[in-house]
Write a protein that binds this ligand. Structure first.
Ligand SMILES: Cc1ncc(COP(=O)(O)O)c(C=O)c1O
Length: 373
């Protein structure tokens, strides 16, 4: 049996007629950039989240940069970023001339450890980025309390967690602003690059829209130097179609996660936890194993494609070598780098595939004794 890590074709084929019709409609109406399809998606996505404003942009990395600028973060400012996340979270900070200040992660949730944030706050700190990594909401009550105490802004990076909830409320509605990626393999993915900024603050939304559209406030009137980052009509129409399927896909992911957990329960492998009051949407199903690289190879030999998210935590990434971080500053992120293993996870997985992956993993890791820190 072959089990790919993701299967975008399976999703396309399942809703091909709807998608093809939506794409042709945009093309026949030549509604290519921004316009009515982007506006319609902004409305339906903000409604889905229970947020007041959504600004559709070119991708999730642009969304981070623009959202930070809309919050007033700029050169010389510091922004708190979790040590383990995709590099885009830190790039968004660096690309606007600010400094990412990394904080270690919680060993059980893989998200930023709120208990380690305050020691990193300085007079230059302006914001905290809470990443809901792998689809699991960060500890928003603790993060918001720290931010309010120190007068900091909070940006939620929701690229991996569309539809996840914290205490019954959708993530992306807790902080001052939130950003989403609709990269094709995300839980809600376009057929190319796309992203969004979500906020309940109308001023932040207006500023973000201005920045993303050349600083243009009305035809031929540019009040600031902005940039070009707008969602294209085809991606917006595709996302509107897919949004109608998102909850069903998330339920599939959740039941696949339950099946993996059950099948791996006796294997000494650390499987993901879902804390009380939180709805995990399993963008990635990440386990911890000893001897990860050897296991990855054995699973590959069995036709199972896995991933690692991420093999190098950001403080140790070459791009941030100038910060000269040491392993002992981020003991949890550093220890987990060699143990993280992402198993195949997508709505269209079958129970046979899940059983095959679990059996192969147990076979490849018979004595795995991975334990949480
Ligand atoms: C946590 C996180 N933040 C930001 C991004 C950036 O999104 P994009 O690829 O749309 O620029 C991604 C995904 O790639 C991500 O996983």
């Amino acid at each position: 049996m072959k089990v790919p890590f993701v299967d975008l074709k399976a999703q396309y084929l399942a809703i091909k007629d709807e998608l093809d019709a939506a794409i042709l409609k945009v093309v026949s109406e030549t509604a290519f950039v921004s316009g009515r399809y982007a506006a319609a998606f902004e409305d339906s996505f903000s409604q889905y989240l229970g947020a007041e404003n959504c600004v559709a942009v070119g991708n999730g990395t642009d969304a981070l940069e623009i959202a930070l600028q809309a919050l007033g973060v700029g050169p010389g400012d510091e922004v708190i970023v979790p040590a383990n996340t995709f590099i885009a979270t830190a790039e968004g900070v660096s690309n606007i001339g600010a400094l990412p200040v990394f904080v270690d992660i919680d060993p059980a949730t893989y998200n930023i450890d709120p208990a380690k944030i305050e020691e990193k706050i300085t007079p230059r700190t302006r914001a905290i980025i809470a990443v809901h990594l792998y689809g699991l909401p960060a500890d928003m009550d603790a993060i918001m309390a720290i931010a309010r105490k120190h007068g900091l802004k909070v940006l939620e990076d929701c690229a991996q967690a569309h539809g996840a909830t914290y205490k019954g409320q959708k993530i992306g509605t807790f902080g001052d602003v939130a950003t989403f990626s609709f990269y094709p393999s995300k839980n809600l993915g376009a057929l190319g690059d796309a992203g969004a900024i979500v906020t309940n603050d109308k001023d932040v939304a207006d500023k973000a829209r201005l920045i993303a559209n050349h600083g243009q406030i009305s035809k031929n009137r540019h009040t600031i130097i902005g940039r070009n980052s707008r969602m294209d009509g085809i991606q917006a129409a595709v996302l509107s179609v897919k949004l109608g399927h998102l909850d069903a896909w998330l339920e599939n992911r959740r039941s696949h996660a339950e099946a993996y957990k059950e099948l791996l329960s006796d294997a000494g492998i650390v499987t993901p936890d879902e804390p009380e009051n939180v709805r995990h949407v399993y963008h990635l199903y990440v386990v911890q194993v000893e001897d990860r690289d050897a296991i990855l190879g054995k699973l590959g030999d069995a036709g199972i494609e896995c991933g690692v998210h991420y093999p190098t935590a950001l403080p140790f990434m070459e791009a941030y070598a100038q910060l000269a971080h040491k392993p002992e500053e981020f003991p949890v992120a550093y220890a987990q780098m060699g143990r993280l293993l992402s198993l195949p996870m997508y709505a269209e997985l079958t129970s046979e595939m899940i059983e095959y992956v679990a059996a192969a993993l147990k076979n490849a890791a018979p004595r795995s004794i991975a334990a949480k820190e």
